[in-house]
Design a protein around this ligand. Structure first.
Ligand code: BT5
Length: 320
């Protein structure tokens, strides 16, 4: 992995032919080894021009979520330092969960080009066609009581929000886990946790973000309700770059969460979502609530004023 990353860095920096001998000397490996790695790079989908006497030149790379591609856009200490890449998985959350049970450290990420059973909340399905979007799961191991875990969904939404905003779009936040653009869902977060004796063993933060998917490529169920960065701007995005920037933002908010508190995260989310004072309809397990939002509780719940009585709603879906 590290060698491939190193070699690609040389090829990118030169942006012209570069001799195998030169790279071999710089990295301190043989020319035959360089040749072997160039073959691996080609097999990974990169187009390399080869010219006798001149060496190698990178023509173009594939739009893949390889760890070394994500790494180019990463500015973190822990999150994303190890990325496990899969062409296809059942669900990145399921794989991350299995890995976390096996002891994978905090910050390890699983990314996949497609999912067979992408999971939403409450048994719902996340539409996950191949090589279009981002399907990402991050292992976190915060030292907190399980009752304090819920706002981690908010820190994920805030990181997604910042990433999209930096690309020039105007996202909005919808309780509890949605990020929308122009009223359509572009991203969602699914939190899953494992606990032990009143402590969190680990949390899996699962993020689905629609990037280069067109409306025609969406399943019937989400057409007209969902959007993608491409649909909003008519531009194709380098997914590894979006992923690297998202993980960098995630670490920024996770640091606030661990070094300050979840209250800080709830308060930033509440302001950014501009939810206070809004009239909301919330469905929780088939029960409908209507009222004015008084804000977000310390545990991430919505405080809803229904005819003068404040109700605390911890899970559910907001209807606009
Ligand atoms: C969520 O659930 O929004 C959480 C989605 C988390 C998905 C990620 S992908 C990587 C990781 N691995 C997984 O297996 N899951 C996570 P919820 O709030 O329940 O929203 C689900 C609903 O959103 C569905 O019932 C659809 O209506 C809609 N939906 C499904 N796929 C979508 C998509 N690609 N884009 C926008 N909306 C979608």
């Amino acid at each position: 992995m590290d060698r491939i990353k190193e070699l690609l860095t040389f090829l990118r920096e030169k942006n012209d032919f570069i001799s195998g001998d030169y790279i071999a000397g710089k990295i301190g490996i043989s020319r035959t080894a360089i040749w072997k790695y160039i073959n691996q790079i080609e097999q990974a989908g990169y187009e390399i021009a080869k010219l006798k006497g001149k060496g190698y030149r990178l023509i173009q790379g594939p739009d893949r979520l390889y760890s070394w591609e994500i790494d180019r856009f990463l500015d973190t200490g822990v999150i994303g330092r190890k990325v496990i890449y899969k062409e296809n998985v059942d669900s990145t959350n399921l794989l991350a969960f299995r890995l976390a049970l096996g002891g994978e450290p905090e910050g390890t990420c699983v990314v996949a080009e497609s999912q067979n059973v992408g999971k939403g909340r409450l048994g719902r399905v996340w539409f996950s066609p191949e090589r279009k979007n981002l399907y990402l799961s991050v292992i976190l191991r915060p030292h907190i009581h399980p009752s304090r875990v819920y706002p981690i969904t908010f820190l994920s939404s805030l990181a997604i929000y910042d990433t999209i905003k930096a690309l020039g779009m105007e996202p909005t936040l919808k309780w509890p886990n949605d990020v929308l653009i122009q009223g359509r869902k572009v991203s969602g977060t699914l939190l899953e946790l494992s606990t032990e004796a009143e402590m969190i063993r680990f949390v899996i933060v699962g993020i689905g973000l629609n990037i280069n998917m067109t409306e025609e490529e969406m399943g019937d169920e989400i057409q007209r309700k969902a959007t993608s960065l491409l649909m909003e701007t008519k531009k194709i995005y380098e997914r590894a770059s979006v992923c690297g920037r998202l993980l960098t933002n995630l670490e920024k908010y996770y640091t606030i969460f661990t070094e300050k508190s979840e209250l800080e995260i709830c308060s930033i989310w509440e302001k950014r979502a501009a939810i206070k004072g809004k009239y909301l309809e919330i469905v929780q397990m088939g029960t409908h609530y209507k009222g004015i939002c008084e804000g977000i509780g310390t545990d991430g719940a919505i405080l809803l004023n229904e005819n003068g009585t404040t109700k605390k709603i911890i899970a559910g879906d907001v209807n606009f």
